[in-house]
Design a protein around this ligand. Structure first.
Ligand SMILES: C[S@@+](CC[C@H](N)C(=O)[O-])C[C@H]1O[C@@H](n2cnc3c(N)ncnc32)[C@H](O)[C@@H]1O
Length: 308
């Protein structure tokens, strides 16, 4: 058991003890049911942390993520330093140059230390299989976070394949770069700080510095702001960087959800796109269902909106 778990367990046990004291010597204005709720809740979270492979909703790192939702929406980091910690953990413990070990340790961190918003192992296997089926060489990822999915993608590609990952947060991009370099994949993955919807700046960078041109992209992985999945895909189509047969995989279609993107793919089914829906679960737990879409471009590659 790590020192973090001990700390959390100790704090929560103290919380539970205080709540029990509150029951015994409770002021009249404090409802008894509330004191019991806090006491039992704290005890359950503490016990859960101590058990080693914790139940999702009782994990302190999940509760902490919920409490930090506003910070997360603004910065794309939870606010408790877990992104820095996972990078330190991988660099300290993974064998240098061993991509499988780096991926395994990030998953272990996500299950046992702090929940991470990676695609995770279960949906990661769906991503791996889609990559194998597509035979892709040139991949664009949108949303790197700490580099987990970029590593998974890169290890599926042939030796002349390459992943370019567009990441909005410079801090996340730096942490991802550290992990990727340690895993020996620095020459297979390029991280570009920016966003596809920034008015053309990132498109210009991809075109001029990364060599993106007509029909370049065999595969796109969308795993960023769910509200811009569709608009970003339409921008990519507008640039003409996809080709018939290009595959787009999109995570989190059910949770947190990208209904506009899913509706577009349903409406285009058999015309411009052909889509397989993969049932799965939100990463690092098995209670909350999620959906991954794997869409193959079968119609015209050139779209209408352009930033290129
Ligand atoms: C769910 S995480 C990505 C997880 C990563 N794909 C993995 O599985 O390892 C989402 C990431 O997208 C980034 N992001 C959010 N909005 C973005 C945008 N419009 N363009 C690029 N990146 C964005 C966030 O900073 C965050 O790092």
């Amino acid at each position: 058991m790590g020192s973090r778990t001990l700390r959390v367990a100790a704090v929560l046990a103290i919380g539970a003890g205080l709540a029990l004291l509150g029951v015994l010597a409770r002021p009249a204005w404090l409802p008894g049911w509330f004191v019991w709720l806090v006491g039992l809740g704290s005890a359950a979270v503490a016990l859960n942390e101590l058990l080693g492979k914790p139940a999702f909703f009782l994990r302190w790192s999940v509760i902490r993520m919920g409490l930090g939702a506003r910070h997360l929406m603004r910065t794309w980091q939870v606010g408790d330093g877990r992104e820095q910690k996972v990078a330190d953990f991988v660099v300290a413990n993974a064998r240098a140059g061993d991509v499988d070990h780096a991926i395994q340790l990030i998953d272990e961190f996500g299950y046992r230390q702090s929940f991470l918003m990676n695609v995770g192992d279960e949906k990661g296997e769906i991503l791996d299989a889609a990559l194998r089926r597509s035979g892709a060489k040139q991949v664009l990822e949108v949303g790197a976070y700490v580099g987990y999915s970029a590593l998974r993608i890169a290890r599926q590609l042939p030796s002349d394949g390459h992943v370019t990952s567009v990441e909005f947060s410079a801090a996340n991009a730096a942490l991802a770069g550290r992990i990727i370099d340690h895993a020996g994949m620095g020459d297979r993955i390029t991280i570009v700080v920016g966003s596809l919807g920034d008015g053309g700046k990132t498109f210009a960078h991809l075109r001029e510095k990364c060599g993106f041109a007509a029909g370049t992209l065999d595969f796109v992985f969308l795993d960023h702001d769910k509200d811009v999945y569709l608009s970003d895909l339409l921008l990519l189509l507008g640039a003409g960087w996809l080709h018939p047969g290009s595959v787009v995989v999109a995570d989190n279609i059910r949770f947190p959800g990208a209904p506009e993107y899913r509706a577009y793919m349903k409406q285009q089914e058999g015309g411009r796109w052909e889509t397989r829906e993969h049932e799965a679960h939100v990463e690092y737990q098995s209670l909350i269902p999620d959906l991954v879409l794997e869409s193959t471009l079968i119609g015209p590659a050139l779209g209408t909106r352009s930033r290129a």
